[in-house]
Ligand binder design. Structure first.
Ligand code: ADP
Ligand code: ADP
Length: 216
């Protein structure tokens, strides 16, 4: 049976960081909707141009666009064994769609770790986040610094600070999370697959909690 894990939580909670660790441990693809959008922006595709107008304001990209993009990603063969989903679904409509897609693989969402941290922690994390240009590897100038300043440890590509990690946009993204994404907590709780993880702990501790939740 394939295993699909949805990482839920506000911006800055550590979803991308933990998704990288889980993907390596379980040999599953890490699928980040934000990374796919950023890749399209870098390549200046039509999808990228459209997504950018929403992303720069901290708004969600419309569902029809996002769902089409995710369907395309799921059509690739590496997804049949399972995947770590990071950044989507982001609202109940997307969650319904994901369920339909996974059914097509004979799978379903198996576990939804909800990673949480207080807003002041989220703001501090996003203000110091540095992201790798080539593959989206994630660093933090204080909490998880790269060995060499502004260079990715894994692929040597330059690190950059995301436009939407500016303080004003971050505050708005946290509101968008609360209004549009947080209803998924109830959605997955009702299905009995939600597990809460304290995201305020250091990266290795959060990873250990996640691994023990997943091994159950
Ligand atoms: P998300 O994908 O949920 O937005 P990220 O994984 O990108 O969050 O993490 C946001 C920032 O916080 C990054 O700079 C990352 O290095 C840092 N970070 C992630 N997890 C922790 C943690 N447990 N403790 C301290 N910093 C963290
Ligand atoms: P973070 O990891 O900090 O939560 P993401 O990289 O997941 O940020 O998302 C960045 C932006 O990309 C969002 O603010 C939104 O504009 C867009 N985005 C990413 N995933 C989705 C999605 N599933 N639905 C709609 N918009 C999305």
């Amino acid at each position: 049976m394939p295993t699909y894990i949805v990482l839920l939580g506000p911006p800055g909670a550590g979803k991308g960081t933990q998704a990288e660790i889980l993907a390596a441990n379980f040999q599953l693809p890490h699928i980040s909707s934000g990374d796919i959008f950023r890749e399209n922006i870098k390549k200046d595709t039509e999808l990228g141009k459209l997504a950018q107008t929403y992303m720069s304001k901290g708004e969600l990209v419309p569902d029809d666009v996002t769902i089409a993009m995710i369907r395309e990603r799921f059509s690739r063969p590496d997804c049949v064994r399972g995947a770590i989903l990071d950044g989507f679904p982001r609202n109940p409509a997307q969650a319904d769609d994901v369920e339909g897609m996974l059914k097509g693989f004979g799978g379903q969402v198996n576990l939804v770790p909800l990673i949480t941290a207080p807003s002041d922690v989220l703001i501090l994390r996003l203000a110091g986040r540095w992201t790798c240009r080539a593959n989206g590897h994630i660093f933090h100038e204080r909490f998880n610094p790269s060995k060499q300043s502004r260079v990715c440890d894994f692929d040597g590509s330059p690190l950059f600070q995301r436009d939407d990690d500016k303080a004003d946009t971050v505050k708005h993204r946290i509101e968008v999370y609360q209004n549009q994404t947080a209803p998924l907590i109830d959605y997955y709780n009702k299905r009995g697959i939600l597990v809460e993880i304290n995201g305020s702990a250091p990266i290795e501790e959060v990873a250990a909690h996640l691994m023990s939740a997943l091994n159950k």
